[in-house]
Design a protein around this ligand. Structure first.
Ligand code: HEC
Ligand code: HEC
Length: 344
């Protein structure tokens, strides 16, 4: 045991000092420099999910676990399918999904999703997840207040991964080597300096900060460019489902985006659900009939509170927090359903 300690110290020293040493002429930052590397150089404590070393093989394994729910390990190790019901990418993107990393804006994200051919989902993207400092924020913490695992996940990415593997994906927890692989893959999705949209002047300032005389200022400048956590506020259904949310008029064109990029992503051809959605007039008529009621086919009900799994299955539909589907967007979806149900 004792023997491995110097090795660990050497490895992390190499990683931390990899691209610049403490003398300023070696302090070089480019667009590809990882944000964490700069923050650590500026004396930010490493996060508890930092890793001493990651290999290309681990990153590939992590990618496969997230994308397909299984992978092949080295030494012939094979991972059993993580979940029968979902893949992690059923609910999470793995690329940039927010045009401005400083805000969580569902409408900007919806337009961005359309432009970039991405689904519009309940979970937050894994892109830049290692740059966040807390998980399951806001109402997730409040609603599951009594759950010790969600409390632990708040400041612990490894815990958050295991919690979602079991509770969201309804599968098994990852083994230690798989968890390391997922985390290694997450580290490969970390923000680089070029992702943060610095002005030329700001970038120059950071590049010239090698003497660390203003490391605190540099750290806050960097952190001002992205959200430290994904906010989550749970909405409610309108008081009167027939009237919808008061004062909001739906835009069917925007509703089509929600339907195509979100609802269809899981419901087309029964991909993740037994309940099928398509482009047929009858489908929209079915949805429309249920809007005035608060039953299991109500778009208000399932969007705001989620949907339980049907008999014999364990796949359920996660609710959308307001940051993932606004009341306006929900009314837009309703307007689209209405329009299509009328055959327009
Ligand atoms: C059925 C949908 C669903 C599936 C499948 C799913 N997740 Fe999630 N996950 C969510 C939702 C919803 C949240 C809530 C917080 C957020 O992402 O904003 C979440 C949160 C997380 C978080 C914390 C993110 C944060 O910034 O708060 C991690 C980490 C995570 N999931 C990992 C995974 C992994 C790994 C898998 C696959 C094993 C997985 N999830 C599968 C829906 C899902
Ligand atoms: C992440 C995947 C996912 C997304 C996105 C999603 N759903 Fe679902 N939905 C499910 C699952 C899983 C169920 C569970 C019940 C099942 O399998 O039949 C479900 C259930 C439902 C039900 C109830 C069906 C029943 O038999 O009780 C309705 C209605 C529904 N969804 C509509 C929608 C609409 C409208 C949207 C878009 C706003 C949407 N869903 C987005 C996965 C999803």
């Amino acid at each position: 045991m004792n023997r491995s300690i110097p090795f660990v110290i050497i490895v992390s020293a190499i990683i931390i000092l990899g691209s610049f040493t403490s003398s300023d002429e070696n302090f070089t930052i480019g667009k590809d420099t990882p944000v964490w590397q700069v923050l650590e150089y500026m004396d930010e404590p490493s996060p508890n999910h930092s890793m001493e070393d990651t290999s290309e093989e681990q990153i590939r394994q992590g990618y496969e676990l997230i994308t397909y729910g299984k992978t092949k390990g080295s030494n012939g190790r094979k991972a059993r399918q993580q979940s029968k019901h979902f893949k992690c990418i059923s609910c999470h993107n793995t690329v940039k999904e927010e045009p401005d990393l400083k805000v969580s804006d569902p409408q900007a994200r919806l337009v961005y999703a359309e432009e970039n051919n991405l689904p519009f989902l309940q979970g937050t993207t894994f892109f830049g997840i290692v740059n966040r400092t807390s998980f399951y924020n806001g109402d997730y913490q409040k609603k599951y207040d009594g759950n010790p695992r969600i409390k632990k996940s708040y400041k612990d990415l490894r815990e958050a991964i295991q919690l979602c593997a079991v509770e969201c994906a309804q599968g098994r927890p990852f083994k230690k080597w798989e968890l390391d692989a997922v985390l290694a893959y997450y580290w490969s999705l970390q923000f680089k300096m070029g992702d943060l949209g610095f002005s030329d002047e700001e970038f120059r300032k950071i590049r010239n900060a090698g003497d660390k005389s203003d490391s605190e200022g540099i750290r806050s400048l960097i952190k001002s460019k992205y959200l430290q956590a994904a906010p989550a506020t749970f909405g409610i259904t309108p008081k009167d489902a027939k009237d919808g949310f008061p004062g909001i008029t739906g835009n069917p064109d925007n509703g089509k985006r929600v339907y195509d990029l979100s609802c269809m992503y899981c419901h087309e051809a029964k991909k993740y659900s037994m309940y099928e959605l398509d482009d047929d007039k009858m489908t929209f008529q079915h949805l429309r009939r249920h809007i005035p009621k608060y039953d299991r086919y109500s778009i208000y009900q399932v969007s705001r509170y989620g949907a339980p799994s049907s008999a014999g299955k364990r796949a359920y539909m996660p609710q959308y927090p307001l940051e993932k589907l606004s009341d306006q967007q929900l009314e837009d979806l309703r307007a689209y359903v209405d329009k299509r149900a009328k055959g327009k």
